[in-house]
Design a protein around this ligand. Structure first.
Ligand code: XIL
Length: 316
């Protein structure tokens, strides 16, 4: 059959993957799939703050630049991930964090956004400006930025991001907001307020890390809800984990997880990209974080396409 990217092109949808830059350039099969199947790429780790500024004021953009070169060579767009997050912060920042004043924390966050976005200016299609700001109960997550700057850190981040690279699409990105409930409502209230105030936000990213032990979310309804605010949407980190070894009923649930979430994106006009969080089970983040679970990706441990891959092809 045709590649995912060729099929998706017919409907104007970008189909993306997270890229593990340790594989890129050293694993020919990995490169071949990344280039031929996808029309968008997201750095899985190398644009996070700990990667780009390991020591204060000393920047390392090498791995991310390599990915940008790869994307350009293969006519792919790049999702920048991620500028403001509580996790994967550099050690120097974690160390000084508690002692920072409001003014200092604000200056550091602003500088970070300008440093990174200026480096990549004009080369990023969508930026995940703020990632995972909510708790499950819909309150804001207690992170360094909330503690030191207060809830306005989110709005500030979007304003700075727009100044730094006015052409990039600016996203709020989170997980478990695919399901109805307090977390989705919290994110909805946030972005609605931002839109109302004229804060430059363009879209909402639904990570879509699914597990066969839970329902498949109704992303069509959810994304329409956000789209009515005038926002774009994207599925940004899709994978469908299950307990190992995979039974036939779990496999069919995984196929449904992929096909239903892709179908939702295709049916929602505002949904501009569908991105899987890596494409090979050998490189998936799942086994390291969810003990006993895995097989979450569309290619197996040997980079052979799985039935989940075929189910995406069928929907496209
Ligand atoms: C994960 C990566 O996949 C891992 O390699 C890393 O060790 C931790 O972060 N939500 C996000 C992503 O927004 O950045 C996370 O990526 C997965 C969950």
């Amino acid at each position: 059959g045709q590649s995912l990217r060729a099929l998706a092109q017919r409907s104007g949808l970008r189909i993306g993957t997270a890229i593990n830059t340790d594989q890129l350039g050293s694993n020919a099969r990995y490169d071949e799939i990344a280039a031929s199947q996808f029309s968008s790429v997201t750095p899985e780790n190398v644009m996070k703050w700990d990667a780009i500024e390991p020591q204060r004021g000393k920047f390392d953009y090498a791995a991310a630049d390599e990915l940008i070169r790869f994307a350009k060579q293969h006519h792919q767009l790049v999702r920048g991930h991620t500028l403001v997050w509580y996790n994967q912060l550099p050690q120097w920042l974690t160390d000084i964090g508690p002692s920072l004043t409001t003014k200092q924390a604000t200056a550091i966050l602003k500088q970070h956004i300008f440093d990174e976005m200026t480096h990549f200016k004009g080369r990023i299609w969508q930026w995940d400006v703020v990632n995972e700001a909510f708790n499950e109960d819909g309150t804001l997550r207690d992170n360094l930025w909330l503690q030191k700057i207060g809830p306005s850190y989110i709005e500030k981040a979007f304003r700075w991001a727009h100044q730094a690279d006015p052409k990039a699409l600016l996203f709020y990105n989170d997980y478990n907001i695919e399901y109805g409930g307090p977390k989705q409502d919290g994110a909805y209230a946030l972005v609605k307020g931002l839109v109302k105030k004229g804060v430059p936000i363009d879209g909402v990213g639904f990570q879509t890390h699914l597990d066969t032990q839970y329902d498949i979310p109704d992303l069509r309804t959810t994304m329409q809800r956000f789209a009515k605010l005038g926002l774009k949407t994207a599925e940004t980190e899709v994978d469908v984990r299950t307990t190992l070894p995979v039974t036939s009923v779990e496999l069919s649930a995984q196929k449904a997880g992929y096909s239903e979430t892709l179908q939702a994106c295709l049916l929602v006009k505002a949904c501009i990209s569908y991105t899987v969080w890596g494409f090979g089970d050998a490189f998936s983040w799942i086994p390291g974080v969810f003990p006993g679970e895995g097989a979450a990706d569309i290619y197996d441990e040997h980079l052979v396409a799985k039935p989940e891959y075929t189910s995406l092809q069928t929907v496209l």
